[in-house]
Design a binder for this molecule. Structure first.
Ligand code: OGA
Ligand code: NI
Length: 333
């Protein structure tokens, strides 16, 4: 902890490119997206087709869940498929700089894979635990609709990304890619004030593991990005929330796919003392998908930098590194 990174703490705000999914000029969208991917790996997505009323409803339901007594939330504690409730401090994303875990609680929801499906024994595929319908009526229904809608938006972004990578627009639509994706939404609730000088963070610095993440937030600021992780001191810029927009960022699998051409960017959340709610939607490809250098990203002068790795192997490793061992919660069950 002694050598906690020294950093520049003046308040800066980042301006990101904004991709309008209803823009008929595809070339313009692809150019703007590509520029954002090369610059910082973060951009806004607007006119994505999910109404503000529905977003508000999802956030309302998320608040209702986190307002339940801890005892009730522990009944849907996350399982070995990484679905369900994660208590405060369950996760530590940046152990080098954090004294304790993240000051956030969460709830993972994935695609429902029924027990009689041959894939249901695979890591990350399985059934979701759900809070009882008596306690939170319509909760499951609303979350499942959101999951489907967010996945549609992700597919639209994936098509633009494919074009930005000189691939066919439907490259990532193929069954072994995003055909049966591990797509996980996560309700998050942050509390308290962070203090980087003391190693206290709402969410420690990290890059996301998968292909892309669609982040919906409330109006409370907190998200920061660091464009150059090797800079000393590191410079962290706030990404202000824009009502109705998703903040989208690239994950480590896309960095690997694109041979480092597109970068996944370090980000974190600084709590300002206000409660904050957010919902990241993590898009990872099919369980069996081999993440290896894309055909358009390899050349005589740019040989593959990362060995091919199976999506679920990579993801399991990253989850293991960052989440508490489930056995610590034994006394609750
Ligand atoms: C994450 C994340 C940011 C936020 O969960 O990976 O970066 O604003 N969340 O909640
Ligand atoms: Ni993240």
């Amino acid at each position: 902890m002694e050598n906690r990174t020294h950093e520049d703490t003046t308040m800066k705000v980042s301006s990101l490119n904004c991709i309008d999914l209803s823009n008929p000029d595809l070339r313009q969208s692809v150019d703007s997206l590509k520029q954002a991917c090369l610059d910082c790996g973060f951009f806004y997505v607007i006119n994505h087709g999910i109404s503000q009323e529905f977003m508000d409803e999802v956030f309302e339901q998320s608040k209702k869940f986190f307002a339940l007594p801890l005892e009730e939330k522990m009944k849907v504690l996350r399982n070995e498929k990484h679905r369900g409730y994660t208590p405060v401090l369950d996760e530590i994303l940046d152990p080098d700089n954090q004294v304790r875990g993240d000051y956030k609680e969460g709830y993972y929801i994935g695609i429902e894979v029924p027990e009689d499906d041959p894939d249901s024994d695979k890591p990350f595929y399985g059934a979701n635990p759900w809070p009882s319908n008596d306690i939170l009526p319509r909760w499951r229904e609303i979350m499942e609709i959101y999951h489907q809608e967010a996945l549609k938006v992700s597919m639209a972004v994936a098509r633009l990304l494919a074009l930005a990578l000189n691939l066919d627009a439907d490259y990532f639509d193929r069954p072994e890619m995003l055909g049966k994706p591990i797509a996980t939404m996560r309700l998050l609730h942050y509390e308290g004030k962070s203090d980087p000088s003391k190693g206290i963070y709402a969410c420690g610095a990290h890059s996301d593991y998968g292909m892309i993440t669609l982040l919906a937030t409330d109006g409370v600021t907190g998200l920061q990005i660091c464009k150059d992780k090797n800079a000393k001191p590191q410079r962290w810029d706030y990404v202000p929330p824009i009502k109705g927009a998703f903040i989208v960022n690239l994950g480590d699998m896309l960095e690997r796919w694109s041979n480092g051409y597109f970068k996944s960017t370090l980000h974190r959340v600084i709590g300002n003392g206000e409660e904050r709610y957010s919902i990241p939607f993590f898009v990872e490809p099919n369980h069996n998908c081999l993440v290896e250098c894309l055909p358009t990203c390899e050349s005589d002068t740019s040989l593959p930098k990362f060995p091919p790795i199976k999506c679920s192997t990579y993801l399991s490793q990253r989850y293991r590194e960052t989440h508490a061992d489930l056995s610590i919660y034994k006394h609750h069950t």
